[in-house]
Design a protein around this ligand. Structure first.
Ligand code: GUN
Length: 298
């Protein structure tokens, strides 16, 4: 079997076209432009590349993006002040503090400082809590992007067995919740595996859908799959490659060659989950702007 590739770039373009039309409509009818505030601390090349991609996507959708770039040695207090400045700025509807932050900064304190009403990453305790009890909230972008991908690729989740590899706050925990909730793209039976799981393959071989979010290349290989399973690869691993100008190539958590021989569908890296994550950030920023309009305009 050779798996069908779920083209994240194409699905993301489809959604971004819909978002851009709504942004244009807001501008024309209400003279309001959704705005995203981005804060980047330090010089991590991967973070810099993510932030650049997010800002470009904002501009392409007709949104405003404002960036604050701070040096690695920025104090926690200075960072908290920047977050507060964006909390107060009426032109900013969504705030994103790119993670990870330098080690001397308390990441939780910074996330807690973001106004839940502008938390388009869906990382604050208020939004996480609301998500868990199915109340209106901003859903975290990568998990929400994965669900949208499954829906738009025509993958049935209801009644299926989904295995999530990884238990991070950003991907593993929230995607497990979205897959199990009683909603479109959910209603699955979910198993969460992690570094404490003794026999990972025992679990993945029973899965109809595998979400690989371990952050380690080759975590999932073809022999660990049931024939016909759907594989969503969330990994973005930089593998040194001297034959490339950049000095590295990107690889997912799944071993693409063997997995694509057994799975029915698989997401590529790059060009899979990544573009969908950025798209859901645009979606949340637009949503936040629409909520502001609803509360401030007649
Ligand atoms: N670092 C890796 N993924 C993310 C994300 O989705 N949002 C933020 N803010 N930082 C990240």
């Amino acid at each position: 079997m050779s798996a069908q590739i779920i083209d994240g770039t194409r699905l993301a373009t489809e959604m971004r076209t819909e978002i851009a039309a709504q942004v244009a409509d807001l501008k024309a009818n209400r003279n309001i432009t959704p705005g995203l505030g981005v804060i980047l601390v330090g010089n991590d090349p991967a973070s810099l590349s993510y932030v650049t991609a997010k800002e470009r996507a904002c501009a392409a959708a007709g949104m405003l993006s404002r960036e604050i770039r701070l040096p690695e040695e920025t104090t926690q207090n200075d960072l908290l002040n920047c977050v507060e400045q964006m909390n107060q700025d009426p032109l900013i509807h969504g705030i994103l503090v790119q993670l990870p932050l330098p080690r001397h900064i308390d990441e939780k304190a910074v996330i807690n400082a973001i106004s839940p009403a502008k938390d388009v990453d869906g990382f604050t305790p208020v939004n996480v809590g609301r998500m868990l009890i199915d109340e209106p909230c901003f859903l975290p972008c990568t998990p929400h992007g994965i669900i949208q991908m499954l829906i738009r690729a025509g993958v049935e989740t209801s009644g299926k067995h989904a295995v999530v590899i990884g238990r991070s706050n950003i991907v593993g925990k929230p995607v497990a919740h979205l897959l199990m909730r009683k909603a479109r793209g959910g209603n699955a039976t979910v198993t969460v595996c992690h570094t404490g799981t003794p026999d990972l393959a025992h679990h993945t071989r029973q899965a109809d859908i595998v979400i690989a979010a371990a952050g380690r290349p080759n975590t999932l290989t073809g022999d660990m799959l049931k024939p016909g399973a759907v594989v969503i690869d969330v990994g973005v691993n930089r593998i040194p490659d001297t034959s490339r100008k950049s000095g590295f190539r990107l690889a997912g958590d799944a071993q693409f060659e063997s997995v694509s021989q057994v799975a029915s569908m698989v997401t590529p890296v790059p060009g899979g989950v990544g573009p969908m994550t950025i798209t859901m950030l645009l979606h949340n920023t637009l949503e936040s702007c629409l909520r502001t309009c609803a509360t401030t305009l007649p």
